[in-house]
Design a protein around this ligand. Structure first.
Ligand SMILES: N[C@@H](CCC(=O)N[C@@H](CS)C(=O)NCC(=O)O)C(=O)O
Length: 203
C-alpha cells in the first residue's frame, strides 16, 4: 500500500489522521504546483487527477480524504477518531459532512477562483465572480459554528475526531492563503490553538 501525497490541505488531513493513529505508509510525492498530477503518469494511477490517493496492495485505488481515513480506521481499529459506537460514528460523520460542505468546499473554491486562479484556471472550471461570495459563505458558517461549539471542546462533541482534523487543516490553509480566522470567533479561536498544539498537526 502507498499514499500518493502532495502539499495542500487534503493530503494533510490524511497524514494527520495517520499520525494520530500511529500509521506509517510509503509516500510517493506528486508535484501539484508543477501540475504533475494533471499529466499522463499520475492520471493513469488516478484518473481524477487530485491528491491524495491511496493505492492498495490489490492494485485498487481509494480517493477522497474522508473515505481514505475511514478505510485506514477500519484496517487499524481503535481510538475515537471516527467513533467506537454507531452513535459516536454518526456524530463524527454528521460533523465531517457539515465541515466539508459548509466550510472546506467554499473556502477551497474561494481560493481556487481568486488567489489560486493562475494555478487552477487551466485545470478546472473556475468562477472568479463567485470567489468573494464563497469566502463569505465559509465565514458565515464559521460564525454559526462558533456559537454552536460554545461549551464543548471539539467540533463533534467532547472527543477529538476526524471532524477536528478536517476543519483544522483547512482553516490553517485558509489562514495561509488570505482567509484568516476571524479573531472575533473566540470559541473556534481557542479550539484552533488547542488542536494546533497536538503533535500530529505537524504531519
Ligand atoms: N475531493 C478530494 C479533493 C482533493 C484535492 O482537491 N486535492 C488538491 C490538493 S489539496 C489537489 O489535488 N489539487 C491540485 C489540482 O486539483 O490540480 C478529496 O477529498 O481528496
Amino acid at each position: 500500500m502507498k499514499l500518493y501525497n502532495s502539499v495542500g490541505p487534503n493530503p494533510q488531513v490524511v497524514r494527520t489522521f495517520m499520525a494520530e493513529k500511529g500509521i506509517t505508509l510509503p509516500l510517493e510525492e506528486v508535484d501539484i504546483m508543477a501540475g504533475a498530477n494533471r499529466q499522463a503518469t499520475y492520471l493513469k494511477a488516478n484518473p481524477a487527477g487530485q491528491l491524495p490517493a491511496l493505492l492498495l496492495d490489490d492494485g485498487s485505488l481509494v480517493t477522497e480524504i474522508t473515505v481514505i481515513c475511514e478505510y485506514l480506521d477500519e484496517l487499524h481499529p481503535g481510538g475515537d477518531l471516527i467513533g467506537a459506537t454507531p452513535e459516536a460514528r454518526a456524530q463524527t460523520r454528521r460533523w465531517v459532512r457539515w465541515v466539508d460542505l459548509n466550510v472546506n468546499e467554499p473556502l477551497a473554491n474561494g481560493f481556487r477562483f481568486s488567489e489560486g486562479l493562475p494555478m487552477f484556471q487551466d485545470r478546472m472550471r473556475c468562477l472568479p465572480e463567485a470567489a468573494d461570495g464563497l469566502k463569505a459563505c465559509a465565514q458565515d458558517k464559521l460564525e454559526w459554528l462558533d456559537k454552536e461549539m460554545t461549551g464543548r471542546d471539539y467540533v463533534a462533541g467532547d472527543t477529538f475526531t476526524l471532524a477536528d482534523i478536517l476543519l483544522h487543516c483547512f482553516l490553517s490553509f485558509g489562514a495561509a492563503v488570505g482567509q484568516p480566522l476571524n479573531p472575533e470567533l473566540k470559541t473556534i479561536g481557542a479550539w484552533f490553538e488547542r488542536v494546533g498544539a497536538r503533535p500530529s498537526m505537524a504531519a
